[in-house]
Design a protein. Structure first.
Length: 231
């Protein structure tokens, strides 16, 4: 059983989401404003947070930034508008995923389970007893045990999903991967129209790892398809 924190100021949405999560066997903690959500994120130690973008007292974006700076819990952001800028702001703040209102409970539950599954797999892979590996490509080194990435020997700070994405790419060297494949492999689901998440995270990785992000040597674009990691 996982503990899930839901921070949502709309009573109807809060009740519906909480009910469906409990029906799936999860323990649910709720808050209706940003400050209470941040407090409960610290006190309840949730396994996942469902966080509304627009909240009273403290915005979901600010809550996300603070939580992400303190720990690596998966965060799914709820956005009221289907605007590119809103989605990018959520991702920039550190959200692992976003879903636009109105949404189906079936889709939200699928994304919750995908995030929990990916988080469990990441923790297992990072455990010393699991036997980790070190992946190397040119100046880039990824250590799955230490959960650390280095470029030219210097540690590079990556968000949890950036690390997962880089590991996935490096485990498939030379393969042309579609955005849908990457979305399924890293985020655990594949929905048409949601591949912008992949593009944003690819851009962040290039900025941190490539000598010339505009002309990447390792994380290259496969026109009309997706991306390829060149060792």
């Amino acid at each position: 059983m996982s503990t899930i924190l839901v921070v949502e100021d709309d009573p109807a949405i809060l009740e519906t989401v909480s009910y469906n999560l409990r029906r799936e066997g999860h323990e649910v903690v709720t808050a209706t404003d940003g400050q209470a959500g941040l407090r409960l994120a610290r006190e309840s130690d949730p396994d996942l947070i469902v966080l509304d973008l627009m909240l009273p007292r403290m915005s979901g974006i600010d809550v996300c930034r603070v939580v992400r700076a303190e720990r690596a819990v998966p965060i799914i952001m709820l956005t009221a508008r289907d605007e590119e800028a809103d989605k990018l702001v959520g991702l920039e703040a550190g959200a692992d995923d976003y879903i636009t209102k109105p949404f189906s409970m079936r889709e939200l539950m699928a994304r919750v389970h995908a995030q929990l599954r990916r988080d469990r797999l990441s923790r297992t892979a990072a455990a010393p007893s699991a036997g980790g590996v070190t992946l190397t490509a040119g100046a880039i080194t990824l250590d799955t045990v230490a959960h650390e990435v280095r470029r030219d020997g210097a540690v590079v700070s990556l968000r949890p999903k950036e690390f997962d994405l880089l590991e996935y790419l490096m485990r498939h060297p030379g393969q042309a991967l579609s955005r849908e494949q990457i979305l399924e492999g890293v985020w655990g689901y594949s929905y048409p129209g949601e591949t912008r998440t992949v593009d944003v995270h690819i851009r962040w990785l290039r900025e941190k790892l490539e000598a010339e992000p505009a002309q990447p040597e390792h994380i290259t674009t496969v026109r009309g398809l997706g991306y390829k990691f060149v060792p």
